[in-house]
Design a protein around this ligand. Sequence first.
Ligand SMILES: *Cc1c(COP(=O)(O)O)cnc(C)c1O
Length: 228
Amino acid sequence: MNTTNISHILSEIEEVTTACNRSAADVNLIAVSKTFSVEDIKSAINAGLISFGENKAQELNIKAKELNDEKIEWHFIGHLQSNKVKYVVPVAEFIHSVDSLKIAIEIEKMAVKLGKRQKVLLEIKTAPEESKYGLTDKNEIFGIIKYISNSTSLDFQGLMTIAPFVNEEAEIRKSFITLRNLKEEVQKLGYFCKHLSMGMTSDFKIAIEEGATMVRIGSAIFGNRIYN
Ligand SMILES: *Cc1c(COP(=O)(O)O)cnc(C)c1O
């Protein structure tokens, strides 16, 4: 982690938003801190960041507890299993990765228990062959949004996707456009749907051009991840 990375990303966001007549204030930078230490996160906080993303339930829970005194907004961005909901709901401001009615109901149960209104996004698979998780069936998507919107313990906030890891920019862009079109469709049905969580280190500029309100950036901020 170094502060130069962060200021570089922020100025790139500024540049792209200006170029497409958007405001940088409408794009939230989520620093994806998975695999990185709480020390790294503290440095990023000192550099001015507030939103952090994690994709493993227990890792999020442990870091949130260790960083309890810091002003952090946690975003859960990974696949969530029912038995792990207890690690995530107590600490996450946003859960980006709701991919079934079943998990929405599990999150709701935990939110009720905690007396919390949990902000959630639906994960959409916009490039069928690429990502493992995410919803594709529109009736299923609208059904889950209806369920969430009718729940007093869930707060439907928008849609999330992971673009295909390919070189062709057109293919990546297509994925983001698919998500934006879906958001418009959801809004036409009368639902509140504010956020488009899309764009990572390699493709966040394209995502912003296509309407991203949240970009999830890991390696461009913290460096390359080492998995073990
Ligand atoms: C790891 C991860 C990111 C960040 O990826 P980078 O390429 O390091 O920016 C974004 N979104 C999700 C869902 C992730 O798992």
